[in-house]
Ligand binder design. Structure first.
Ligand code: SF4
Ligand code: SF4
Length: 349
């Protein structure tokens, strides 16, 4: 690990130089808000943007992804045989990702890359990606990331952590991937390690003072799944939900998807498309039966997955990094912090 000072007057030149090696992703903004997208040459990331409306999960898990293709022309020897779709996994660098989103990718990794199953699409994209994070100097009102095992200057899942010091960035290079990115940018002005770490510690403590929510989930692991599942509070939690699915689409740790097939002339393709447990169609069977037929079933599923099933299965805390996106985006103000508190304190009578 080493520290580098990057004068902001050199930042743009360095990023443009790195395009010889990397495809660049970063925050952009339009009337619909801020999100992380591929940046064309000359377009610079908005590094000081607030929390992006959509998380960067789409860099590794696109909203729609062609996974298999087949030729339907029966004159071909391999007709109707599904094959992996051709994709490019050239090196890419995600600039300005926030520490809670980098931790979210590590939580999602438990699903897509584990001893039982390695999703080739997600894993190849992950291997190709370098994460250049930016510490959050002024966390927003919905940020509760300190409660969830990360915080505004967490290093987990990052290759480089930047601190914004107005006229310059101080970069903490955390991995060989991070070293390669810094070299590709030509960022090589070393900084004193002890002084730099002290500066990071000061910034972290100052930033953490802005986060007022202290979310407790210490009792969730001990609770009975059945007690929580059958608890009487779910009707109240779900009452105002309109099942719009916004909370799951904006969430960096939600990974549910649907598989759809399409044919056109002599070509076939199979797609993976984001889906949401808040939709009735998500669990609708071909027979017409739906095991989660009412919205209370679906709302319960979302919170039980994030706050109980995941906790029990992986022993990595809750499936939430405290970015606050779902809190800010829910049209009826359903707040995961309140639900977590209710579940954590619930005692069956
Ligand atoms: S954003 Fe709110 S209303 Fe929409 S599905 Fe989620 S909890 Fe329900
Ligand atoms: S559940 Fe809400 S606060 Fe937690 S990671 Fe997802 S969007 Fe962020």
């Amino acid at each position: 690990m080493n520290f580098i000072t990057i004068d902001k007057s050199n930042w743009t030149k360095g990023i443009e130089k790195s395009r010889e090696t990397y495809q660049i992703f970063g925050p952009v903004e339009d009337k619909n808000g801020c999100r992380i997208e591929p940046l064309e040459a000359g377009v610079q990331p908005i590094m000081d943007a607030d929390v992006t409306v959509m998380s960067p999960k789409s860099v590794l898990f696109p909203q729609t992804e062609t996974i298999l293709t087949a030729d339907l022309d029966e004159s071909k020897d391999d007709h109707h045989i599904m094959k992996r779709a051709k994709q490019q996994y050239t090196p890419r660098a995600v600039l300005g990702i926030r520490p809670y989103d980098a931790r979210a990718i590590q939580l999602v990794k438990l699903n897509f890359d584990n001893p039982d199953y390695q999703d080739p699409y997600w894993c190849d994209a992950y291997e190709a990606t370098t994460f250049v994070g930016l510490g959050v100097n002024r966390p927003g009102p919905c940020d509760f990331s300190t409660s969830t095992g990360c915080g505004p200057f967490s290093e987990e899942g990052l290759d480089v952590l930047l601190a914004d010091l107005d006229d310059r960035y101080l970069a903490k290079v955390l991995t060989p991937k991070g070293e390669a990115w810094a070299a590709a940018c030509g960022f090589d002005a070393g900084a004193d390690a002890k002084e730099s770490q002290a500066l990071f510690d000061i910034l972290r403590k100052e930033a953490e003072k802005n986060i007022s929510t202290d979310l407790a989930f210490d009792k969730l692991a001990q609770k009975s799944i059945l007690d929580l599942y059958e608890a009487p509070f779910w009707d109240d939690v779900a009452f105002s939900c309109i099942n719009c699915g916004t909370c799951t689409y904006v969430c960096p740790t939600c990974w549910c998807f649907d598989i759809q097939d399409e044919t056109k002339h002599k070509k076939a393709a199979r797609f993976r498309i984001w889906d949401t447990c808040m939709s009735p169609l998500f669990t609708s069977h071909a027979s017409g039966h739906n095991p989660r037929e009412s919205k209370v079933h679906r709302v319960r599923q979302r919170f039980m997955h994030k706050l109980k099933y995941f906790v029990d299965k992986y022993d990595q805390g809750i499936m939430c990094v405290g970015c606050g996106r779902c809190v800010a985006s829910c049209p009826v103000n359903i707040d995961i912090r309140e639900v977590c508190k209710t579940m954590n304190n619930y005692e069956k009578k």
